[in-house]
Design a protein around this ligand. Structure first.
Ligand SMILES: [Zn+2]
Length: 124
């Protein structure tokens, strides 16, 4: 994931392919998906077993982990619902501004920084 490419090795040959991507993943907080409500009947042992299915090395490569609260279906399906009062256009403008700041600061966007470059920027 860090190198931005994947190497496939077979007996006869090796091949490199580009694999620069941004991983965005989601999982339920427990096997039933209702942790925190009365509908959840999962035991702590079941929850630990469920969460341990995601390997440590994979979790180490996920830079940002955010726990989000449940949203009601009708709210999710309502086209007029806006997240925290922002429209998609406003969110897009904030993202564009953040990307522009990254390019002005370091000449590239954050996910293209090497570990060393990231340490140097963090130490400033
Ligand atoms: Zn549950």
């Amino acid at each position: 994931m860090e190198s931005g490419e994947i190497m496939i090795s077979r007996v006869a040959a090796q091949s490199r392919y580009p694999a620069n991507f941004q991983l965005i993943a989601a999982m339920n907080p427990c096997p039933c998906g209702f942790l925190g409500s009365q509908r959840c009947s999962c035991t702590p042992d079941q929850i630990n077993r469920y969460r341990s299915k995601i390997s440590g090395p994979l979790l180490d490569r996920i830079d940002l982990q955010v726990q989000v609260s449940k949203i009601e279906n009708r709210e999710l399906l309502n086209q007029r619902t806006q997240v925290k009062g922002e429209s998609n256009q406003q969110i897009q403008q904030r993202i564009s501004a953040a990307r522009e700041r990254q390019i002005n600061r370091q000449g590239k966007i954050n996910n293209q920084l090497s570990s060393l470059e990231l340490e140097n920027i963090s130490a400033r």
